[in-house]
Structure formats: structure tokens, C-alpha cells
Design a protein around this ligand. Structure first.
Ligand code: IPM
Ligand code: MG
Length: 361
């Protein structure tokens, strides 16, 4: 088969890690007889410098006409002023919205060899295998923003708004994913305070009763969830939650795995391309400008994102599994970057780790 993938390398370590992701796609192509046409496009700070916009129209067009999108990271100190009119993050938020990517999947698993890299005690990490499904195109991120002068000085507001339909589609996806895993869904909200959360609670409870009564379902307040993620992380299977809670909880959950450099993500829209889903795949880490260009970045989160791309957007399960097995094997061979190297263990360069995975495909 022939597939077109738009590659949005972005800023900082983005180009280094997406180069390794692209290398792995080519290795998969060679082994499984596919042809991947990789189409580079601009996003984030580089796009601002080149075009004045964090998300040039050509980038949106390229993404729309490809089978899937692979993204590195956006942002860096030179574009850091939060009051600036154009900011790199607008590229990321804009492409999620433009492609209708309403569900962000952030799986957290811990390879046994990396248990010592986590700040948590190892006994808490046994059997951790959770998936956060974060709503990605609604809520406080996208509601009306205001900033005005009032009698008491300036005031500002961010509207948090959700519709029943927005809640239903992401909960349905999360519940279907739970069905293919351990059969448990946890809704995380703040229904003791927020009206939007009370809507999430009632819509989700009804949907689970009507369509997913075979699953185990519970809910948890977001502050309690922040605590339980550290206290008993192995109790969770699938967590579904609104945009901002999901943003915060997934950074916390990433620490279970020791390094943000290990965790992939998939942002999915509705089915298209003959039943296959449009998706954008990216590591959950940021652009890490402090280590950019030094070959220190861990490419495994991006490489594992390529596996998710093959699985969710192209329907290539065997290919995805081959990448995941190659990554495990690379870790077991001790070929790792400094962020996950154990004391006394050699740290390899970004490209060496990529080469090692590619050889194992
Ligand atoms: C993420 C990031 C983004 C978000 C930022 C960069 C806008 O933190 O993908 O989690 O908040 O969604
Ligand atoms: Mg975040």
C-alpha cells in the first residue's frame, strides 16, 4: 500500500525526533512492502519566523490531504511572550481544531527496565497500564476569551462550554477502547463545583447505562484523581476527561513512566478515508530547547507515536506491534538515551537509538 504522511517537525528537538520517526516508517515500509510518502510542512515557531503564522494555510491543506500526521513539538524561548499576538501553541491548537481531532489518547505503560527511572516507589508501579482519553477540541481551551478594563482594573475570563454531543462522542470512543482493554472506564470531573462537569456526569452515566452496561464504570473528582494517580495508579484502566483536566493529569501520569521521553499520543477525529481515522500523532513531551541539536533527545516517544499512527489511522496492526516489540528489544539491549539510562549505563545518541529500533523491525 501507499500512504502519504505529513510530517510537522516543529521546533526544538522536534526535527531530531521526527527524523527518527520517519526512519522507522521507512524501515516498516521495507519490511512490510508499503510505500510511505513523507511530506514536510511548517508549524509553530519556525512557521511564525517563515510566514508570520503558527499554522500556515498550506500546512492545514497538506494535513487534510494526507492519511495521517506526525508531529514533533512546538515552542521555544524566542517565541515565549504569552502576550504576543502570534504564539507557537496556536499552531497546535489550530491544527487539532482544523482536523476535528476531538479525542487525545495518552497511554501510560512502564517497561520493567525503566521502573527505577520513575520518582515513584517501584511497588506502586507494578501492573500500571492506563489510558487517558482527553477531550481535545472543546472546553475552556476554545471558549470565548475576554480581557477588558473595568472599575477595579483589568478583568479577564475564559469560557468553559461543552455540548452533550461533544461529550458523547469522546466518551463513546473511550468506552469502546475500554472494551478492548480491561473493561473499566473512569470519568474524571469536578461535578461538585462546575456545571459543565455536572453535564459530563449525567451524559456519561446515561450513555454507559444505555450502550456500555457490560463495562465497569465509575467517576472521580479531578483533585482526588490527581492523588490516586500516585497512590494506586494500577487501579485505573481508561480515564475519560475534559480538555484542561486531561492536560494536567497526563503530565502527572507521565511521571509514572519515569521520562516524558517514553510516552506517545494519538489525537483522533471521526472516521474518514474509507473507515480509517484522521489522526495526528506526537510525543507528549515538549520541544525541550535546552537540549535541542545535541542528540540527547529520546526518540522513543515519537517512534511509539508512529506505532499508534499505523494502528489507528492506517489499520496496520502487525506493523504497529513490530515497532513496539523493536522498542522493547532496544531497551533490553541497553541502547537508551541519557534520560532513561541507569547509573553507570552508557547514554546513546538520538540517532543511534533510532538506528537500533530500525534494525530490529
Ligand atoms: C499538550 C500541551 C498543549 C496543551 C499546549 C502546548 C498548548 O501542553 O499537548 O498537552 O495544553 O494542550
Ligand atoms: Mg500538556
Amino acid at each position: 500500500m501507499e500512504y502519504t504522511i505529513t510530517v510537522l517537525a516543529g521546533d526544538g528537538i522536534g526535527p531530531e525526533v521526527t527524523a527518527e520517526g520517519s526512519k522507522i516508517l521507512q524501515a516498516v515500509g521495507a519490511r512490510f512492502g508499503h510505500r510511505f510518502i513523507l511530506y514536510p510542512a511548517l508549524i509553530g515557531g519556525n512557521a511564525i519566523d517563515a510566514t508570520g503564522s503558527a499554522l500556515p494555510e498550506e500546512t492545514v491543506t497538506a494535513c487534510r490531504s494526507s492519511d495521517a500526521v506526525l508531529l514533533g513539538a512546538v515552542g521555544g524561548p524566542q517565541w515565549d511572550n504569552p502576550n504576543a499576538k502570534v504564539r507557537p501553541e496556536q499552531g497546535l491548537l489550530g491544527i487539532r481544531k482544523a482536523l476535528g481531532l476531538f479525542a487525545n489518547l495518552r497511554p501510560v505503560t512502564i517497561h520493567p527496565l525503566l521502573i527505577d527511572a520513575s520518582p515513584l516507589r517501584s511497588e506502586r508501579l507494578v501492573d500500571v497500564d492506563l489510558l487517558v482519553v482527553r477531550e481535545l477540541t472543546g472546553g475552556i481551551y476554545f471558549g470565548e476569551k475576554r480581557r477588558e478594563q473595568g472599575q477595579d482594573g483589568e478583568w479577564a475570563s475564559d469560557l468553559c462550554i461543552y455540548t452533550q454531543a461533544e461529550i458523547e462522542r469522546v466518551v463513546r470512543m473511550a468506552a469502546e477502547l475500554a472494551r478492548g482493554r480491561h473493561g473499566k472506564l473512569t470519568l474524571v470531573d469536578k461535578a461538585n463545583v462546575l456545571e459543565t462537569s455536572r453535564l459530563w456526569r449525567s451524559v456519561t452515566t446515561r450513555l454507559m447505562r444505555e450502550e456500555f452496561s457490560d463495562l465497569q464504570f465509575d467517576w472521580m473528582l479531578v483533585d482526588a484523581c490527581a492523588m490516586h494517580l500516585l497512590r494506586r495508579p494500577s487501579d485505573f484502566d481508561v480515564i475519560v476527561t475534559e480538555n484542561m483536566f486531561g492536560d494536567i493529569l497526563t503530565d502527572e501520569a507521565s511521571m509514572l513512566a519515569g521520562s516524558m521521553g517514553m510516552l506517545p499520543s494519538a489525537s483522533l477525529g471521526v472516521g474518514a478515508h474509507g473507515g480509517k481515522r484522521m489522526g495526528l500523532y506526537e510525543p507528549i513531551h515538549g520541544s525541550a530547547p535546552d537540549i535541542a541539536g545535541q542528540g540527547k533527545a529520546n526518540p522513543l516517544a515519537t517512534i511509539l507515536s508512529v506505532a499508534l499512527l499505523l494502528r489507528h489511522s492506517l489499520g496496520c496492526e502487525a506493523e504497529a506491534a513490530a515497532i513496539e516489540a523493536a522498542v522493547s528489544n532496544t531497551l533490553e539491549s541497553g541502547i537508551v538515551t541519557g534520560d532513561v539510562a541507569r547509573p553507570g549505563q552508557r547514554s546513546y545518541h538520538t540517532a543511534e537509538v533510532g538506528d537500533a529500533v530500525a534494525q530490529r523491525i
